[in-house]
Design a protein around this ligand. Structure first.
Ligand code: FEO
Length: 410
């Protein structure tokens, strides 16, 4: 873990995690940073925790030494969000300090008890409550429910105008020596933007309405620094990540980018014969196309791609009278992530009976996705030349529909 000073009296403790599936689901080949913050007045508070899965108590001593703090000097543990990537260190911390005061929301207080069995001093705060740390340092709490869990709050330091919002405005991606936006070049920004887009689609996407509400709720607060629980700290241009999050949230209902994601699965290559023609049709209209083979592409990337695309092509065969199972799983999860209102088209093969289409309809209905489909092209066995020509034409039609939607929505 490394400690750096974010601004006068606020320190960032961070660890990169690289060898896990985040939430035991999502691959993080570039890692993820886990950030917590120590805020010092005459009293000191630690905001969220650093769960580096690697001996937090031992490294915490070293971190505190760098700040000239003893473990006994920490008066408050502020838990913005109880998901164990931020709170999981608390068990270990309690072995060092069993008498600390925990500050969290009312719902958070319930989880402190249920997750960690802590029956010490737990204080619930509501939107607008404050905590005076002395030396002119007053913390203000804002309820931002469902960004990412219902109990979530953000902590705002009124002295330095620093917002510590935990998951909000975060990203995947390990953070190295350059941890502040004022240290990054454009290539670094692109890296973190890509990581933020996938993080958003995988973790925060279903709660986009709440993201928009939270941003609205915070708009009257002057924010000079955003110090999230994952990713880089924004102290030069915090408006950049706020703008990005407004955009990511808007993708939920669409339109998103003028892009089309093609998700394709094929057992013996017959359905896949339609991929080249549909891509040709899409590209003839100038839209950007993203191709993902299912199940070879991890669903983390397929979901992120659909989140950012206004159009979706689904190429899938029938399997045992239903949809090819890995494709059904991906589409179900896309529905649960609430990627709504896409322009879409499906084609694919069947042997003895249909079935894929029926399951597709059920998934869309169950998740209320409200996707607008062009007429499906299904073929028995291999597609004929006429089928392939029709698939290409559907690609052209889909690209035109996407372009019109994006133009009308922007
Ligand atoms: Fe980073 Fe919802 O926890």
């Amino acid at each position: 873990m490394k400690t750096t000073e974010v601004t006068d009296g606020i320190y960032r403790l961070s660890a990169n995690v690289t060898d896990i599936l985040f939430e035991s689901i999502w691959p993080i080949p570039n890692g993820v940073s886990m950030n917590s913050y120590i805020v010092k007045g005459t009293k000191a508070a630690i905001v969220d925790g650093v769960c580096d899965w690697d001996g937090v108590p031992e490294t915490l001593y070293e971190q505190l030494d760098q700040m000239k703090l003893d473990i006994g000097d920490i008066d408050y543990v502020i838990m913005n969000h109880l998901e164990p990537d931020h709170s999981g260190w608390f068990d270990s911390f309690l072995k060092l300090r069993s008498d600390v005061t925990v500050i969290t929301s009312e719902k958070g207080a319930e989880l402190v008890k249920h997750f960690y069995g802590y029956d010490g001093d737990v204080r619930s705060v509501k939107h607008g409550d404050t905590l005076d740390l002395g030396d002119g340092r007053v913390l203000l709490f804002a309820e931002i429910p469902n960004v990412h869990w219902p109990e979530t709050i953000a902590t705002y330091d009124t002295k330095s105008k620093t917002l510590m919002p935990c998951d909000a405005f975060g990203s995947f991606g390990s953070v190295g020596e350059k941890m502040y936006d004022d240290q990054l070049d454009e290539a670094d920004f692109r890296f973190f933007e890509n990581e933020a887009e996938r993080y958003y689609a995988n973790i925060v996407g279903p709660f986009s309405v709440f993201v928009q509400r939270a941003i609205d709720k915070l708009k009257d607060i002057e924010i000079r620094i955003i110090a999230p629980g994952h990713g880089i700290v924004w102290r030069q241009d915090p408006g950049r990540i706020v703008g990005d999050y407004i955009r990511y949230a808007s993708y939920g209902k669409g339109p998103a980018k003028t892009d089309v994601t093609v998700l394709y699965a094929s057992m013996y290559g017959m359905s896949a014969r339609g991929v080249a023609p549909v891509v040709e049709g899409l590209k003839s209209e100038g839209v950007t196309v993203h191709l993902h083979k299912i199940p070879e592409t991890d669903w983390s990337y397929s979901i992120a791609s659909v989140w950012q695309s206004s159009g979706v092509v689904i190429c899938t065969p029938t399997y045992e009278y239903k949809m090819f199972p890995p494709m059904a799983a991906v589409l179900e999860e896309i529905g649960r992530k609430k990627a709504l209102n896409r322009k879409a088209f499906r084609f694919g093969s069947y042997g003895w009976s249909g079935g894929a289409q029926k399951e597709l309809d059920e998934i869309m209905e169950r998740n209320r996705t409200n996707w607008e489909f062009l007429e499906t092209v299904e073929f028995r066995g291999a597609p004929t030349d006429e089928d392939l020509s029709l698939i290409r034409q559907r690609g052209v039609e889909l690209a035109r529909a996407v372009k019109e939607w994006v133009a009308a929505g922007s």
